[in-house]
Design a protein around this ligand. Structure first.
Ligand SMILES: [Fe+2]
Ligand SMILES: [Fe+2]
Length: 293
């Protein structure tokens, strides 16, 4: 069996051993717990800012509710894009190949995740965030462009940074139990996706053309700012009842949150360095966006 087939078989075995269905694996009927956070304070974009210190505990919890809805909204469109790209990838593939079987398994995981994100937003009573029009113009075209290296690197940017944060959320006893449970389910299933995408990057880097590596390596530089724009924006703060301009200004300048971003990106940044992903100004752009010290 080829390496790709062996890797896919291993991931398929893992999927059979450990997969979840949020319809039965999350207790949707349990009421929310008064005073518990929806995201840990130390992961808030405003944590430790002057504005944060002016907020009452109830306002901080309210901010965390909208920050969670924001992350879930991003996760929802991102996994949709990824699934479209994966379906295209296997359109002409051999239906008996393990690689095809694992792609379909991952697509199934992501379908259940999107459903879980939507149910959780409903449960916490926070409306989802629509993508702004300018962003939609880009994300609508993404599925057609995520091929080869673009697909694997794109998947890792969407999955591995959140993964670091999700692991911190699932272990935090101050969090709403439904949120912790959701994070645990997501972490388990995403671990396989991340492994697959990392293997995809390593394999593709061995035979990609100079042009494929160069164009991806430069494009990837814009990922940091794009990612940052997902995490902090004025609509988010307005919903939480804060002055949107002032909150955005403080979040953008917040050294604590910069640290959170660097912790989130550190493992993936090391992998990208090992693989020689960054080209041109790409690394510098991620530093400017706050993800590299
Ligand atoms: Fe997912
Ligand atoms: Fe995933």
């Amino acid at each position: 069996m080829k390496d790709t087939e062996q890797n896919a078989q291993r991931l398929l075995n893992g999927s059979v051993r450990r997969s979840y269905d949020s319809a039965v694996d999350i207790d949707w009927d349990a009421p929310l717990e008064e005073g518990k956070y929806f995201l840990p304070p130390h992961l808030s974009t405003l944590y430790e800012t002057p504005l944060w210190h002016e907020l009452t505990p109830a306002q901080r919890v309210e901010l965390s509710r909208h920050e969670l809805a924001n992350l879930l909204s991003v996760g929802h469109w991102f996994e949709n894009v990824l699934n479209q790209a994966l379906l295209r990838m296997i359109f002409e593939a051999d239906p008996t190949a393990r690689h095809t079987h694992y792609a379909l398994t991952e697509i199934g995981d992501e379908c259940r995740h999107m459903l879980m994100f939507g149910r959780l937003m409903e449960k916490i009573g926070a409306p989802y965030f629509r993508q702004p029009k300018a962003q939609l113009a880009i994300t609508r075209k993404l599925p057609g462009r995520l091929r080869g290296l673009n697909l694997w690197v794109g998947a890792l940017i969407g999955e591995e940074i959140f993964d670091v944060w999700q692991r911190r959320i699932m272990d935090d006893p101050g969090m709403q139990p439904a949120v912790r449970r959701m994070m645990r389910i997501h972490v388990v299933e995403e671990a396989r996706h991340i492994q697959w995408a990392r293997e995809g990057v390593a394999r593709r880097m061995r035979y990609a053309s100079w042009w494929e590596k160069e164009s991806l390596g430069r494009m990837v530089g814009f990922g940091g700012q794009f990612f940052n724009d997902q995490l902090m924006h004025r609509r988010l703060y307005a919903r939480a009842g804060l002055d949107p301009d002032e909150a955005y200004r403080q979040a953008a300048a917040n050294p604590h949150f910069r640290q959170v971003k660097q912790e989130g990106f550190d493992k993936l940044r090391r992998f990208f360095d090992e693989q020689g992903i960054f080209r041109g100004k790409a690394r510098e752009r991620w530093r400017q966006a706050g993800f590299i010290a």
